[in-house]
Design a protein. Structure first.
Lengths: 291, 443
């Protein structure tokens, strides 16, 4: 009892003044919940640590470590080059098929691994939902962040390949950061939706790989956009990855830009991101109840 | 120093859960799809009143209280009384269904030690990750890093992946991070119970510093009544989702430990029991749960000798009646049964009112409420009288395993005492060789 009276602070700075205390109201929130940008900004270091964790764990867990990030795209490229380039003889806009398909795989692998990692992120880290409060948006978002590191490694490999084939890099390459950001936006949008659905419906995770595989064939990864009949082009552009992959090739190889397709795809990527954020926020409040 | 504004004010907080007893309310995508396909038919079934698959369950009901800054409040109650739900609401993990709470100050909650720890990462990396998950800034972690490491006593293993830590080291490190949080409001759930006695003492000391020294508000859930009375001046008692007592910790703890609320006395009149299964002939007319001295009890501890007396009033003589006494847990799962058919001596022929009694040792069950049912069959497999549930027996939390480790429902219904040891290297090699040989023979 004596402690209470002696604990009156001598230096007033050790206890925050009552006015400076932040007030938090907890109550049922009906309807849709706006994104709390202030909170996300305050907790930005958490996102950094989550990304750091994902990157470290990924490279620690595999025997090959960083070599894996190099080998995986190279092997995929080799397999696709042999099957689709050599056997199926799919045209490649006059470029060596291997370099053509690699340019498509760069954004595609980034996109697809982001959505598969993001979709499982909540399921795999249930304690972050049920044992603590944190901005949950960061959990799938960290998957996208760590995907960037892999993408960077792939770019280095791609650079070596360009040198080997003696293909010059165009000035268009300056647009790459924008395209990468667009891919990140689209994958975050899709990842948020899939993460929320997967945590609610456990068996949805079996649907995700199938979804990703189908999506790849609907995206111009192994074939050029020019192969698609003109009347289907607008429909194809609705797939954000169609415009992005096409623009990646334009940027890297100095090919003509397909501006309409890119615009439609960009819009579609942003819509996906917007809807993903909306859906995630809407379902977020019940995550801990269902997880 | 207590300003007029409470640090925590809860105003009729309620939380409703919908329990799922059948197909409805999709938990899997498959159910969702079949649910959509069946939707037109379901509506018809609902109209005809046969859809009873959902049940409402109030985990928390109309809970209101205020906590002033600097107060340390213990929260006590049996499993499922709503303590965890309350903490989860105040920690913003789940949203209340009704009511509201206002928290004044930075809140940190510790519902688990080491949330977000990754086994592959080193101690150092996990301190930063976990600290950041708990809401600390990198600068704060930097500033307290050495203190955290010293508190956890893991200096030598700082750059070892935590998967190689002993469980004690792991818990120490995890708690050390949490102990160095500097929130205005700290919410703690049962985490002190892990770790060895020495470390627990240290944590209790740290907690006390936290509250009395630095004017912090603490909400503290524990099954350890000694810790509650030692740490808290005030306590809240929860029963079935409601706040039933709020007062000085010692008084509330006493009330919590006092056995039996009025309805549960251990003596049951079953003659007109509403729990009798339809179509039964009334034979079982009463039951008593007794301790060894013959006193009725409503609660027992693991390994206690228990005697249950059942009063029978058969309308016609029964040659060798077989009486069945079985216990279900709160989820309705059968845990064990003691039937007179297991007894070496059969029950005698009865022609009028008779009392039969069974004595058994209470198995080491997970603490909680257990319903029991009584049934009787006359030398056949069909029950002629069946009362379910006939009554309730509570299994109390008792440190039966003599471990300071807390019990979790995931550990199962039965707590089995066991001894573990690490075999010397020689034996390990030998065993590995033996099992690989055996494996190759089988293939």
């Amino acid at each position: 009892m004596s402690t209470e009276s002696t604990s009156i602070p001598v230096q007033p700075s050790s206890l925050p003044a009552a006015t400076s205390l932040r007030e938090l109201v907890i109550e049922p929130r009906p309807g849709w919940i706006a994104i709390n940008w202030h909170e996300l900004w305050e907790a930005r270091e958490l996102l950094y640590f989550l990304v750091l964790r994902d990157v470290k764990v990924r490279y620690k867990q595999t025997v090959l470590g960083v070599a894996w990030a190099v080998l995986q795209p190279v092997f995929t490229m080799l397999v696709f080059t042999i099957i689709f380039g050599q056997f199926a003889k799919i045209p490649s806009d006059g470029l060596p098929y291997s370099i053509f398909v690699f340019a498509g795989l760069l954004p595609w692998t980034f996109f697809s691994s982001n959505i598969s990692q993001a979709s499982m992120s909540l399921m795999n880290q249930q304690s972050l939902l049920t044992k603590i409060y944190l901005p949950r948006l960061f959990i799938p978002a960290s998957a996208v962040g760590s995907g960037l590191v892999d993408l960077f490694v792939s770019f280095v490999v791609f650079g070596a390949l360009m040198l080997y084939y003696g293909v010059p890099v165009g000035v268009g390459a300056l647009a790459l950061p924008f395209l990468v950001a667009l891919t990140a936006a689209a994958s975050l949008g899709v990842g948020l939706i899939l993460a929320a659905v997967t945590v609610t419906y456990r068996d949805f995770r079996y649907v995700v790989p199938f979804l990703i595989q189908s999506w790849m064939y609907l995206s111009p990864v192994i074939y050029p956009v020019s192969m698609v009949p003109d009347k289907w082009q607008p429909l194809l552009a609705l797939n954000p990855m169609a415009g992005i992959i096409d623009a990646f090739r334009s940027a890297l190889f100095g090919l003509p830009w397909n501006v309409t397709t890119l615009c439609v795809s960009s819009a579609s990527a942003l819509v996906l991101l917007g809807y993903g954020l909306f859906y995630f926020r809407k379902t977020e409040r019940v995550f801990a109840d269902v997880a | 120093m207590n300003s007029a504004q409470p640090a925590i004010s809860a105003d009729s907080l309620s939380k409703l859960y919908r329990l799922n007893h059948g197909g409805a309310g999709a938990k899997t995508f498959r159910d969702l799809l079949t649910g959509i396909a069946q939707a037109p038919f379901k509506r018809f079934r609902q109209l005809s009143g046969s859809d009873e698959s959902m049940e409402d369950f109030w985990a928390l009901q109309d809970v209101s209280f205020d906590v002033m800054p600097g107060e340390v409040v213990g929260i006590v109650g049996r499993n499922g009384a709503g303590k965890s739900t309350l903490l989860k609401i105040l920690s913003r993990i789940v949203e209340p269904t009704r009511g509201r709470a206002i928290m004044r100050g930075r809140v940190a909650s510790l519902l688990e030690v080491g949330t977000g720890f990754h086994p592959e990462l080193t101690g150092r990396e996990n301190v930063y990750l976990n600290g950041s998950i708990l809401g600390m800034k990198k600068l704060e972690i930097d500033a307290r890093f050495d203190e955290i490491v010293a508190f956890a006593e893991i200096e030598k293993f700082l750059d070892t992946p935590v998967k190689r830590y002993s469980s004690g080291m792991y818990v120490r490190l995890a708690f050390a991070v949490a102990a160095h949080l500097q929130p205005e409001i700290l919410i703690v759930d049962e985490v002190l119970a892990v770790g060895d006695a020495e470390f627990q003492k240290k944590c209790l000391g740290k907690m006390r510093d936290v509250s009395s020294g630095e004017g912090r508000t603490v909400l503290f859930v524990s099954h350890n009544m000694a810790a509650v009375t030692a740490l808290c001046k005030r306590a809240l008692l929860f029963e079935r989702g409601r706040l039933v007592a709020d007062g000085p910790a010692s008084t509330v703890v006493e009330q919590y430990l006092r056995p039996a609320s009025e309805q549960v006395t251990g003596v049951y009149d079953l003659r007109n029991s509403p729990a009798r299964v339809e179509g039964s002939t009334t034979i079982i007319v009463g039951a008593r749960v007794l301790d060894q001295s013959g006193e009725p009890i409503s609660a027992a501890v693991p390994l206690q000798r228990i005697r249950v007396e059942v009063d029978l009033d058969p309308p016609t003589p029964m040659r060798t009646p077989m009486v069945d006494l079985a216990f279900n847990n709160s989820r309705g799962e059968r845990i064990f049964a003691v039937g007179s058919y297991f007894s070496p001596t059969p029950l005698e022929k009865t022609s009028g009112p008779t009392t039969v009694a069974v004595t058994f040792t209470m198995p080491p069950l997970y603490p909680g409420q257990y319903d029991f049912h009584i049934a009787i069959m006359p030398f056949s497999t069909r029950y002629i009288d069946h009362v379910t549930p006939a009554g309730t027996l509570e299994v109390l939390h008792d440190d039966y395993l003599h471990t300071s480790y807390p019990y979790f429902p995931e550990m199962g219904s039965i707590l089995v005492a066991s001894e573990w040891e690490t075999l010397p290297v020689q034996a390990t090699v030998e065993n590995a060789r033996r099992s690989s040989e055996r494996g190759s023979v089988e293939i």
